[in-house]
Each structure stands twice: as structure tokens, then as C-alpha cells.
Design a protein around this ligand. Structure first.
Ligand code: ADQ
Length: 578
């Protein structure tokens, strides 16, 4: 491998990318040991549960920092203080009269329901606003600080984060100034530790370990090098880039570079001309764009993605913008680490958001949850009808169209089906339409409701995940913990985390059913296999349920793997400095 964009050699990793576990191999997590070399870790992310969750990134940011703090690291999370005042994402609970349970803020709908949440208790960091050079001017941002669960949470306040919608956009699409908004967030994450130390807080020192998440924070390593380290600050710092979803890369017209207040010499790091697609003229050079994620990939000291299988997929098969070619060149720095889940929030034995609690030893509560869900959705309260659920963004990635197309097949199997999701207006309309056509066994809830997501995980028998691609996926992990059996496309992290029952001889292993390719026939075939087991062999079904519930998907193992990657990058940095 040649020199990096910074003229430093790209060093070989500690271990090569592990190949995907073969079918019929149980996927288990390593146990953890305490870290003896504490790091100062600063996460930067666009969304964080419970304050601004819209999807899986928020879940990860709401739990991984605590897991690293529990291992003895000093952990800070920097995110935007999204205050938007809207209420649309909570409309299901409002309209249907299902008020969120009076619990932690995680029970609330996402960013549109910020009050009351721990953010309200965050204190403004003294010393006045930070002044950040960006977009041709000095931007004044205020930091709000909160310490909880052993983690320091910093919320960046600026007018661009105070508007209706999600952290990313509104009904009209992505916000037009997203490049500015997320550049500002990335710079604030670099400034924040300096301000906290200057205002009498703990100093993180010079060798901070930054973890930038997705394209929204991918300018952080670029700014770190060009605006800080070249000027003598953060000399020992490193930055890991965590890729949660390569489908979103932050692509803008190339002239947008001028608004980033970066030295002209860094343009090449962000410029990207997607290579010609298969069958296209190889001399057909596409127009240059500014690709923020590409800049992050070029500058990060290490790259992390959220499952081993996805790490292989994104370096070996064509990806949006053709970025797999660059990732393949940087493969030596890339690690796939399967996400964990917050086992305090997602615990059927204590979850206050579900009608009855239960455990693997006593599943009576799960049957009660199913009855309650059928009643709530006005489905026939038939305990023998396999209740199939889908929860997720209504996006091509998640395959909601495949679920809708499979409805006749699922009806023929005697299933009841419920979908909870929000997203693309066309899909939302299609879900509403299907409720009219298939009302005798199908219900759709269009909206974003964390409490309902919990009730679905507890009340369903099967969770259907026909994602066309899935970097990791969290819902299959929640489902297994709630004794709900996943039936999923064998892609990305779904293949890494679900042991396919049909791949094991004798049916005495496995935690779900997987299928490939992501077609209607394959999906229907896998659901049929699951339903056969459900109906014909309650003992075998119960064993699948219990194995899923027993699997360890806590964050501890993943945190240990993060730590290894971060320490490795630090060692390489030290070695390069000698
Ligand atoms: N309508 C709704 N109401 C309530 N809750 C809803 C909901 N729609 C989605 N959710 C919740 O949002 C989260 C989504 O998690 P996913 O793993 O599917 O993440 P997502 O695809 O957003 O993110 C990306 O990042 C994550 C984290 O790394 C990867 O797991 C994933 O593969 C990748 O695509 C889950 O907690 C889910 O229950």
C-alpha cells in the first residue's frame, strides 16, 4: 500500500480482516477484561439517544460511550443541541392515546420531543460562546454540558440546530446547509475539549482519541490534521472514523469546498470523481464532487464499520459513489465490529414500556404482550396466528416494499402482520393503502414511536428484516432479546448476528432464519420455514426463542474491540513520531 494522503505510510493492521463465519457456525461474542491504558475519547455524532435519536446511529451513541467509560476510559460525546419544537414524529402516541410511559427520556419520541430530558438539566459551559471560523465568518456556539453514566455529554448550541424536523432535514428533504451544519459540529468537537479545560474542567490532554461517526462528522479528521496538528495542537491525537451506513456520504458540488475554511491543499482529499459503472466507458470521467466521507476515509487513523461482514462487503462489492475502491486501498485500517445493544433499555424482564414482563425461564408475559398487541391493533386475538412484525425507516435499504409484496404469501401462511415505520412519502402511502386492502390481517403504523417499537418486539413472534443491505442492524438483536425470532436477508450484520436454524443439522442450533437473495420468493420461503416450525413443533420453536434470548449482545465485547482498534492507532501514531 502506498503513502497516505498526508505522506505518512499506511501501516499494516494488527490482524487481517476476518472472513465471514461460515453458515452453521455459532456467532458468539468474546468476554471482556478491564483496560489498563485509559484513553481520552471524544465521540462526535449527529444524533444521540435519547436526545435526538432517529435511527441506529442514535442508539449506538447512547450506549457505546458508557461501555467504554465502564472500561476505565475518559469519554466525552459531542453532539448538536437539536431543539425543533415539532411533534409530528410522536403523533401515533398522541392520536391513539398511548402516552409514552413516564420513564427515562428514551421512552420519548426522538428529537421532536426533547422535554423533559436530561438535556434540560445540562449546564451552559462558562466562559462565553466558542468562536469558530467557518463559512467566511466567526460562528458563536454555546456548549451545554451534562455528566451522566460516567460520560460527559456536550451539546453544541447554534441557530442552525434550532429548527423543525429531524437532525438532518424536514418534509422538504435534507437541509440545504447541512455541509455547514455538520462542519460546525465537527469543529465544535475539536474546540470543546480545549474550552472545557480552559474553563477549569478536566483536561483531556494532547493525545485525544476522536471517534467521528458517519459523514456528518467525517470532516473532523480533516480539520484535525489541517487546522490543528499542522498548527501544533493535538499533536498526539488520533481519529477513528466509524461508518454506520455507507449509503450516505455527504456529497456536494465541488465549489462547496470554499465554505469549509480549509487550506486549498486539502481539496484533493475531499474531491471525488465516481469511477465509471460496470459496462460504462472507462474513459467516461464523471464530474468532480465534494465527498465528505471520502475526506474522512483519507484522513482517519483507523476505520471502523459495524459488522465484519459489512466490512467485507464495502471493500469488495460496488458501493454508492464507487467508494469501495478507496476503502479496499485502506482495508488494512478497517475493522468490522458488530454493534451491541443497550441491555438496560431493552430488557423484557424489566421493560416498563411493555404490558407484561417476562424472561426465558417464564414466557407467560410474552403471550400476554402478544394478546395486548393484537387488541391494541384490533387484530383477531388468536394466540396461534404467527404475528410478524417490521420496524424501521421506510427506505429502499430496509425493503418495506418486499414486506408489502409478500402480504398475500403471508396471508396464505395464516400470519398476522404489523409494520411500524416512517420515511419516504411513497412508502408511507403504500403502507396506508395496504392497511385498507389487507385489513383482515395487516396493520401499518406510520410514525416514529419508541414505546410501540418496544411493544412490537415483545408482542410479535417473528421480526421480518428484508433489508437489501444492512451494515449491522439493531432490531434483530432487540428481537432476539425479546424472544421474537428474526427472519432476515443474509446480508451485512444480519448474517453476522443471526444463526440460521436451517444451516444446522438436526435443527438443534440457530436463532432465526435467513434468506438470500432479497427476493419475494426467498423471503416467503424463509417465513414459511419459520411458520412450519412455529406450528408443528412448539418445543423446537421454544428452543429457537430461548437461544436468541440467551445470546450475549451487550456492548462489553464490542467496547473491548473498539479499544483495541483505538490503542492500535495510538501506538502507530507514537511509532511514527519517533
Ligand atoms: N418508526 C420507528 N419507530 C420507533 N423506532 C424506530 C422506528 N424506525 C426505526 N426505529 C428504531 O431506530 C433504530 C434503527 O436501527 P437500525 O440498526 O435499523 O439503524 P439504521 O438503519 O437507522 O442505522 C445504521 O446504523 C446502525 C448503527 O450502527 C446500523 O445498525 C444499521 O445497520 C445502519 O443502517 C432501532 O432502534 C429501531 O427500533
Amino acid at each position: 500500500m502506498g503513502p497516505s494522503a498526508w505522506g505518512r505510510p499506511v501501516l499494516e493492521p494488527l490482524e487481517p480482516l476476518a472472513p465471514r463465519a461460515p453458515q452453521g457456525t455459532r456467532k458468539t461474542r468474546p468476554r471482556v477484561t478491564q483496560c489498563t491504558e485509559p484513553l481520552s475519547i471524544v465521540f462526535c455524532a449527529a444524533e444521540v439517544a435519547p436526545w435526538s435519536k432517529t435511527g441506529g446511529l442514535g442508539d449506538v451513541m447512547g450506549a457505546l460511550p458508557q461501555a467504554l467509560a465502564a472500561r476505565g476510559h475518559r469519554v466525552t460525546v459531542v453532539t448538536a443541541r437539536h431543539t425543533n419544537g415539532g411533534a409530528d414524529v410522536a403523533r401515533y402516541d398522541g392520536a391513539e392515546g398511548h402516552a409514552p410511559a413516564p420513564r427515562a427520556a428514551s421512552a420519548l419520541a426522538p428529537c421532536n420531543a426533547l422535554t423533559p430530558s436530561p438535556a434540560a438539566a445540562a449546564q451552559v459551559v462558562p466562559g462565553g460562546p466558542l468562536h469558530i471560523e467557518l463559512g467566511g465568518g466567526r460562528q458563536a456556539v454555546e456548549l451545554h454540558r451534562l455528566e451522566a453514566d460516567g460520560v460527559e455529554w456536550l451539546f453544541v448550541d447554534h441557530p442552525v440546530f434550532q429548527r423543525p424536523g429531524t437532525p438532518y432535514g424536514d418534509a422538504n428533504g435534507p437541509f440545504e446547509d447541512n455541509l455547514f451544519r455538520f462542519a460546525l459540529l465537527s469543529l465544535a468537537a475539536l474546540e470543546a475539549p480545549l474550552r472545557i479545560a480552559a474553563s477549569g474542567g478536566r483536561s483531556l490532554g494532547d493525545d485525544v482519541t476522536f471517534i467521528a461517526n458517519d459523514w456528518h462528522a467525517a470532516l473532523l479528521p480533516v480539520f484535525l490534521r489541517s487546522r490543528y496538528q499542522e498548527g501544533g495542537a493535538y499533536r498526539g491525537a488520533t481519529c477513528a472514523l466509524a461508518i454506520h451506513n455507507l449509503a450516505h456520504q455527504g456529497v456536494f458540488p465541488s465549489h462547496a469546498f470554499n465554505g469549509l475554511s480549509l487550506p486549498g491543499g486539502t481539496y484533493g482529499l475531499l474531491e471525488w470523481r465516481p469511477p465509471p459503472g460496470p459496462g460504462e466507458d472507462p474513459n467516461n470521467h464523471r464530474e468532480a464532487t465534494l465527498n465528505v466521507l471520502k475526506g474522512g476515509v483519507e484522513c482517519a487513523d483507523s476505520l471502523i464499520t459495524v459488522s465484519q461482514n459489512y466490512a467485507l462487503e464495502i471493500t469488495s462489492s460496488p458501493q454508492p459513489q464507487g467508494i469501495h475502491t478507496l476503502l479496499a486501498q485502506r482495508r488494512a485500517l478497517l475493522r468490522g465490529i458488530v454493534n451491541g445493544i443497550d441491555t438496560r433499555e431493552w430488557d423484557p424482564s424489566s421493560d416498563p414500556l411493555i404490558p407484561a414482563n417476562y424472561s426465558a425461564q417464564d414466557l407467560a408475559g410474552k403471550a400476554a404482550c402478544k394478546r395486548a398487541l393484537q387488541r391494541e391493533l384490533r387484530l383477531e386475538p388468536d394466540p396461534r396466528a404467527p404475528l410478524v412484525g417490521f420496524v424501521g425507516r421506510l427506505d429502499h435499504q430496509k425493503g418495506p416494499d418486499l414486506v408489502l409484496e409478500s402480504l398475500p404469501a403471508l396471508a396464505a401462511l395464516g400470519c398476522q402482520v404489523v409494520m411500524l415505520g416512517s420515511g419516504a412519502p411513497d412508502y408511507e402511502a403504500a403502507l396506508q393503502e395496504a392497511t385498507k386492502t389487507y385489513g383482515f390481517f395487516f396493520r401499518a403504523v406510520v410514525g416514529f414511536s419508541v414505546p410501540l417499537a418496544h411493544r412490537l418486539m415483545a408482542g410479535c413472534d417473528i421480526l421480518l428484516m428484508p433489508s437489501r443491505f444492512e451494515p449491522c442492524g439493531l432490531n434483530q438483536l432487540y428481537a432476539m432479546r425479546y424472544g421474537t425470532v428474526p427472519v432476515a436477508h443474509a446480508t451485512g450484520g444480519l448474517a453476522d448476528t443471526i444463526d440460521d436454524v436451517s444451516a444446522f443439522d438436526g435443527g438443534e442450533e440457530g436463532t432465526g432464519w435467513t434468506f438470500s437473495p432479497a427476493t419475494l420468493d426467498a423471503l416467503a420461503g424463509a417465513v414459511a420455514a419459520a411458520v412450519r416450525c412455529y406450528r408443528s413443533s412448539p418445543a423446537a420453536w421454544g428452543a429457537v426463542v430461548r437461544r436468541g434470548m440467551a445470546a450475549d449482545h451487550s456492548w462489553e465485547g464490542a467496547a473491548e474491540q473498539y479499544e483495541k482498534v483505538l490503542l492500535g492507532a495510538k501506538e502507530r501514531r507514537l511509532a511514527a513520531a519517533v
